[in-house]
Design a protein around this ligand. Structure first.
Ligand code: GLP
Length: 249
């Protein structure tokens, strides 16, 4: 059963989550870490870089897997998730992880790439997975009505998601229509999951998630079936959740 936690600001959330991740890496240097993209992760990665640098943290045995990647953008495109990870996290770390994996959405045989990605996830075993959430409740790019049994797959992005994410594209025609995403069954196999949300624009979906049954209409609700899922939100994203349902960090 997932529990909802609240921090004062996105920066406080970033500090809390990065300290938690670094603590795990110190305890288990070969941690398998599932990473996410999106604005929610920016304070997490900024704080992670500061803390890792000040501690001289050795990441050389860590493996990272990202949740998803757009189809049709080169890795060098500023809106690709490969570019995001390099520029928001990896380029700033003194010690590099052993391997940093993202779905290879340029692969000539994408179905084979999806199967290989799920097989690699199973093989390594995710210790902890970070997640953001879309305003329609998607996690990774698993849109509403995605099967809970899904593995890494090709996704057609919903109009809602294309609308939300088009803010990052100066030329709207460049906004991809498809992506490769870890499936919900892949995510649920992580030993621990942290779902993060910040900002007033996430308040409605977080209140919906708080009240929701487990249903494929709301992909993030699957986390209520996970034994080690924490949902961490800032004050603004928590504003429509009853205070009694929140643990203050
Ligand atoms: C994208 C990503 C998701 C992310 C979501 C929210 O759609 N595929 O993994 O959780 O955006 O992004 P943001 O943190 O910018 O609100």
């Amino acid at each position: 059963m997932s529990q909802f936690y609240v921090t004062s600001t996105p920066e406080a959330l970033g500090q809390h989550v990065s300290a938690l991740l670094i603590n795990k890496i110190q305890q288990q240097p070969n941690l398998v870490l599932g990473l996410a993209t999106g604005s929610t992760m920016l304070p997490v990665y900024a704080s992670f870089v500061r803390l890792a640098t000040s501690l001289n943290l050795d990441l050389s045995q860590v493996t990272t897997f990202n949740l998803d990647e757009y189809i049709g953008l080169l890795p060098s495109h500023p809106q690709s998730y490969t570019y995001f990870m390099q520029h928001q996290l990896f380029n700033h770390l003194k010690s590099q992880p052993k391997q940093c994996l993202l779905p290879k959405s340029q692969a000539p045989d994408l179905q084979a790439e999806c199967r290989n990605y799920s097989a690699a996830l199973k093989n390594f075993g995710l210790d902890i997975q970070l997640l953001g959430i879309g305003t329609n409740g998607h996690i990774g790019f698993n849109e509403p009505l995605t099967s809970f049994a899904s593995r890494t797959h090709i996704v057609e992005l919903s109009n809602n998601t294309r609308q939300d994410n088009s803010r990052f594209f100066t030329n709207k025609d460049e906004m991809p229509t498809h992506a490769v995403s870890m499936g919900l069954a892949d995510i649920m196999e992580a030993k621990e999951v942290l779902l993060l949300a910040t900002g007033a624009h996430k308040a409605a979906i977080m209140a919906e998630l708080y009240a929701s049954q487990v249903t494929e209409n709301l992909p993030a609700s699957i986390l209520k079936n996970h034994p080690q899922a924490k949902i961490i939100v800032d004050e603004q994203a928590a504003s429509l959740i009853p205070a009694a349902g929140l643990i203050r960090l």
